[in-house]
Unconditional design. Structure first.
Length: 106
């Protein structure tokens, strides 16, 4: 798959979530010059049908299987959201990767 194909596959997700992902940006990721932030990593995962943790190089299955959260879990989802609001972007990226890794082990 060529980079232009990946950009084209990502376009509908970029439009839906308001994320800009161009050929130059993707080329920098592929070359290792820069690393994608969480929003672009999620877009790439959706476009390619793979997990973000796998894209980040974690030893997890490639398949994307993110279940829809159950909002009725004793307010724990709301608590996670409140805690996440207090975290740095880097810490959020790390926590998201850990959650995805945990879910991939099911």
């Amino acid at each position: 798959m060529k980079q232009v194909d990946i950009v084209n596959a990502a376009r509908p997700f970029c439009q839906k979530y308001g994320v800009n992902l161009g050929k130059n940006t993707l080329s920098q990721y592929v070359s290792g010059k820069t690393e994608p932030k969480q929003d672009k990593l999620s877009i790439l995962g959706m476009a390619l049908g793979v997990s973000e943790a796998w894209l980040m190089g974690y030893d997890v299955p490639m398949e994307r299987n993110a279940p829809v959260p159950d909002e009725s879990k004793d307010g724990r989802i709301a608590r996670l959201i409140e805690l996440a609001k207090c975290m740095s972007s880097d810490d959020l990226d790390e926590i998201i990767a850990q959650i995805e890794w945990k879910l991939s082990r099911r």
